[in-house]
Design a protein. Structure first.
Length: 144
């Protein structure tokens, strides 16, 4: 497991959305925006109650993670002043959380960051953990 630096955690915690990339069994990519929380060095994202076309356990990101757990998360900061651009990429291994204590801690952090989650029954839906294995960042002249 690779550890995010305190500066990297501060950078991503200032942002509200990350982009999660997964691949299916044939290698086809799937990227979507996700809400997230960092807890104990892992990054968590929940399957929320917003309307979906299929059951939560059948979502493409869940199927992809079960088939190929290697994922990538990207955060970026954009401004018209390009001296202030920055991005951070975390490659890692994703899995579904099964332990009750881990789920409780991760959902508490997600609900703290996103008030919309406070009224959702997230405990009955898949919760994704990404364990970082490689971290890269960029910004002009400084670490993201």
């Amino acid at each position: 497991m690779t550890t995010l630096t305190p500066q990297q955690v501060l950078f991503i915690e200032r942002l509200r959305v990350a982009h999660l990339a997964t691949t299916d069994v044939t290698g086809q990519p799937h990227v979507l925006p996700v809400c997230f929380a960092v807890v104990g060095g892992a990054i968590y994202t929940a399957i929320d109650e917003k309307p979906k076309r299929v059951a939560a356990a059948s979502l493409r990101r869940v199927r992809n993670i079960l088939a190929r757990p290697q994922v990538c998360l990207v955060w970026d900061h954009y401004e018209e002043d390009w001296t202030r651009l920055a991005w951070l990429q975390v490659r890692g291994t994703a899995s579904l959380v099964e332990a009750a204590a881990e789920q409780t801690a991760a959902l508490a952090a997600l609900r703290d960051r996103y008030p919309q989650y406070r009224t959702m029954d997230l405990e009955r839906r898949p919760l994704i953990r990404v364990t970082p294995t490689h971290v890269r960042s960029w910004s002009p002249g400084r670490e993201a």
